[in-house]
Design a binder for this molecule. Structure first.
Ligand code: GLV
Ligand code: MG
Length: 346
């Protein structure tokens, strides 16, 4: 393991110094676009005003014969669009694919200064992060990129889940992690063909009650992995995200899966379809009632210590910290979303 003093040194002469704290950004949804399609690229200027992050996808779902067009289409849209405070990310191809090296070299060379985050799929261990970290530092130095490009890992292999803590702590370039339920299901030989969400057969049966029909309660297939990911991310000061929800026709199930992840500590999810943008906004912006109550707690305990009763509920140092998480998030949301700012009264 590296000495703490060396951990924060740039990995190439002339590369920008790594961040000590992550930049504060609102990232309720990471909106995926296929950049090889001209029709889609034309919509990005508009889209950038509606979402928190635009991600140009180069990996799965992009046909093999369109891989190069997706890469050059991403570079074209990155150059053409003013993203303002909206994040610009790309999901590159996996490190063992024939495209990854050119994805990284060409994109950093052409638009390294506009790119906030590289999403790296199929991360198995910290070695994958170290490779990309070193390469990015060399390219940042070569192309005089002024701020470090961050890395976001997809947690989608059994080996990655086993190594999740080491991945989260692998580099100061780590931004966060997303659950990749489709590849993870395949890697673990789970018996589901769904992309995220529950499964009707994964349930707990209530005890028998005479001849009454037994009731079954569906459980969350992803609870264990999301919990493990949230702990690894929180312990390293990086951000956990739910990934994709593939059934675009079932908005209610998508919302419920996103909400479970939000309650467990995730800060956002992927939107693969326009209908999922509003779902993510609803879920990952704190509830106005919770915000109002959290503001009351902070007001009643200005130094965050001691104990007070509010509306019959006991508050102490720990609930003060919970309240601060909610109010801090509400303030970031309010800065971007004027309608919600009015609702929160912030
Ligand atoms: C996402 O990449 C997934 O595999 O679910
Ligand atoms: Mg995947």
């Amino acid at each position: 393991m590296k000495l703490p003093r060396n951990f924060f040194k740039p990995l190439a002469i002339g590369a920008p110094a790594p961040y000590r704290e992550l930049p504060v950004r609102l990232e309720r949804m990471i909106h995926f676009v296929p950049p090889h399609l001209e029709k889609i690229r034309a919509k990005v200027p508009d889209l950038a005003g509606q979402v928190d992050v635009v991600l140009g996808n180069l990996e799965d779902a992009i046909p093999i014969d369109a891989k190069e067009a997706a890469r050059s289409g991403f570079i074209e849209l990155a150059k053409a669009v003013n993203f303002g405070t909206t994040g610009l990310w790309t999901r590159i191809n996996a490190l063992n694919s024939p495209w990854a090296l050119d994805d990284i070299r060409e994109i950093v060379g052409a638009v390294g200064d506009k790119l906030d985050v590289i999403m790296l799929p199929k991360v198995d261990g910290p070695w994958d992060i170290h490779y990309l970290d070193q390469l990015l530092a060399q390219l940042e130095a070569k192309h005089s990129v002024s701020k470090p490009i961050l890395i976001h890992a997809i947690l989608e292999t059994a080996e990655g889940v086993k190594n999740v803590e080491a991945i989260a702590a692998a580099s100061p370039r780590m931004h966060g992690m997303s659950l990749g339920p489709a590849d993870l299901a395949a890697s673990r030989a789970m018996k589901t063909t769904r992309v995220g969400g529950g499964h009707p057969d994964y349930k707990v049966l209530a005890d028998p009650d005479g001849d009454a029909p037994r009731v079954g309660y569906q459980q969350d297939l992803w609870h264990y992995t999301v919990g493990k990911m949230v702990d690894a991310c929180a312990a390293s000061g990086i951000k956990p995200f739910y990934g994709p929800f593939g059934d675009f026709s079932d908005g209610a199930a998508c919302e419920s899966q996103f909400r479970n992840a939000f309650l467990q500590g995730c800060v956002g999810a992927w939107s693969l379809h326009p209908s999922q943008i509003d779902i993510a906004k609803r879920v990952f912006s704190p509830d106005p009632g919770e915000v109002a109550f959290a503001v009351k707690i902070l007001d009643a305990m200005p130094d965050g210590a001691g104990a007070v009763m509010i509306d019959g509920k006991m508050q102490d140092d720990a609930t003060w910290k919970q309240a601060k998480v909610i109010v801090d998030l509400a303030r970031i949301v309010a800065d971007k979303d004027k309608d919600l700012a009015a609702v929160y009264g912030l």
